[in-house]
Design a protein around this ligand. Structure first.
Ligand code: CDM
Ligand code: ATP
Length: 311
C-alpha cells in the first residue's frame, strides 16, 4: 500500500548459519556467536503521514502479528520520534512475508524497516551508526536487519562484523504450524544444559572457510545451532521436518534461530524446487518457501530520497 508522501522499505528475513549460545549473563541475555545470513523472504514496511500512530498488518504471514503499539515497528517509530523530539503521527503498514515467531527475525525486520522509513519520511538524516544504536535498543536481531548480507554477531548478537563470503545459496524454508517464543526457547536451552560447564561461544572455522569458498556442500555440513535441541524439545514435530528435508535431498538443514522454521540448503535452484515439493508432500510443515541468500539489508524501495541507505 503506497500513498502520497509515504516511504516503503523492504526488509529481509534471516537464517542463523551458526548460533553458538554461551551461559546466561547477569542481564538475562546469553553471550552469542551468531552468523546471520539475510535471505530473500521479506516484509515491506510503509510509513505514511497520519493524524496519530496507527498500525495495519496484511500479507500471507499476518496472522498473530499485533496491530497496535506493541508491534515492534510501532515501537521503532516511537523510539525515533522520541529521539527527534517529535510526534510519532504516522500510519505503519506491514506486508508480512516473514512468519511471525518463526525464528527468522520477522518482528526485528519490521523494526529495522520502520526506523529507516520514518527516518526518510521525516528527513531526519540519522547517521548509520545512530540507526544501528537505536536498532540494538529495540532487539538483538534488529541491527542485522539493517545491515543484511552475511555477518557475525557477538555479544547478545547486536555487535556485527561482515563475514567474508562469496557465492549465492539456494534455501528451502519449512514453516511450522505454531510459532515458538524466543525467551521460552532460551529458557528451555538453559534447562537442558543445567549443570554443564558451557564453553565460550566461538565462530566455527569450518563454517567461515565454507563461506569464504562459497561452497554449499561444505556450508551445509557446517550449519549448527545450539538452540536446536531446545526448539525440538518444545516442538517435537521438528525432528520429522528435519528428517523430511534430509530424505528430500537437502545438502543440510538446521532450525533457524529459536525456531520453529527449518532452513535447508540445496545444491542449486532445480534441487531446491524438488526439495520444496518433497517437504510439502511430507506433511511435516505448514508451508514451504524458496529463498536465496545473501541479500541486502533494509532498503528504501518506494518514496524517500535516499534509496539503498541501509546498505
Ligand atoms: C534467537 C535469535 O533470533 C538468534 O538470532 C536471537 O538471539 C533473538 O533475538 P531477538 O528476538 O531480537 O531477542 P531480544 O528481543 O533481544 O530478546 C528477547 C529475549 O530473548 C532472550 N535472549 C535474546 C538474545 C540473547 N543473546 N540472549 C537471550 O537470552 C532473552 O530472554 C530476551 O529477553
Ligand atoms: N512486526 C511484528 N511482526 C511479527 N511479530 C511481532 C511484530 N511485532 C511484535 N510481534 C510479536 O513478537 C512475537 C515474536 O515475533 P517475531 O516474528 O519477531 O519472532 P521471531 O522471528 O521468532 O524472532 P527472532 O528470530 O528475532 O527470535 C510475535 O509472536 C508477536 O506477538
Amino acid at each position: 500500500m503506497v500513498r502520497d508522501g509515504s516511504v516503503t522499505v523492504r526488509v529481509p528475513a534471516k537464517v542463523n548459519l551458526q548460533l553458538a549460545v554461551g551461559a546466561a549473563r547477569p542481564d538475562g541475555y546469553h553471550e552469542l556467536v551468531s552468523v546471520f545470513h539475510a535471505v530473500s523472504l521479506h516484509d515491506d514496511v510503509t510509513v505514511a503521514p497520519s493524524d496519530a500512530l496507527r498500525v495495519v498488518v496484511e500479507g500471507e504471514e499476518a496472522a498473530g502479528v499485533p496491530a497496535d503499539e506493541t508491534n515492534l515497528a510501532a515501537r521503532a517509530v516511537l523510539l525515533l520520534a522520541g529521539r527527534l523530539g517529535r510526534e510519532a503521527d504516522v500510519l505503519v503498514h506491514l506486508r508480512k512475508g516473514i512468519p511471525a515467531a518463526g525464528g527468522m527475525a520477522g518482528g526485528s525486520a519490521d523494526a529495522a524497516g520502520a526506523l529507516l522509513a520514518a527516518d526518510a519520511l521525516w528527513g531526519a538524516g540519522l547517521e548509520r551508526a545512530e540507526l544501528l544504536e537505536l536498532a540494538a535498543e529495540l532487539g538483538s536481531d534488529v541491527p542485522f536487519a539493517l545491515v543484511g548480507g552475511t555477518a557475525v554477531g557477538l555479544g547478545r548478537g547486536e555487535r556485527l562484523t561482515p563475514a567474508l563470503a562469496r557465492g549465492h545459496f539456494e534455501w528451502v524454508l519449512a514453516l511450522a504450524e505454531e510459532g515458538l517464543s524466543t525467551p521460552a526457547v532460551y529458557a528451555e536451552a538453559d534447562r537442558l544444559r543445567a549443570g554443564r560447564v558451557l564453553p565460550e561461544p566461538r565462530p566455527s572455522e569450518r563454517l567461515m572457510a565454507a563461506l569464504r569458498a562459497g561452497d554449499p556442500v561444505a556450508l551445509a555440513r557446517a550449519l549448527e545451532n545450539d538452540l536446536q535441541p531446545a526448539a525440538a524439545s518444545l516442538a517435537p514435530g521438528l525432528h520429522a521436518t528435519l528428517q523430511a528435508g534430509e530424505d528430500g535431498g537437502a545438502l543440510g538443514g538446521v532450525v533457524s534461530g529459536s525456531g520453529p522454521t527449518c532452513a535447508f540448503l540445496a545444491a542449486d535452484a532445480e534441487a531446491a524446487d524438488e526439495l520444496a515439493g518433497a517437504l510439502l508432500d511430507s506433511g511435516t510443515c505448514r508451508a514451504v518457501r524458496r529463498a536465496h541468500g545473501p541479500v541486502a539489508g533494509a532498503r528504501v524501495v518506494e518514496g524517500g530520497a535516499r534509496e539503498g541507505r541501509g546498505q
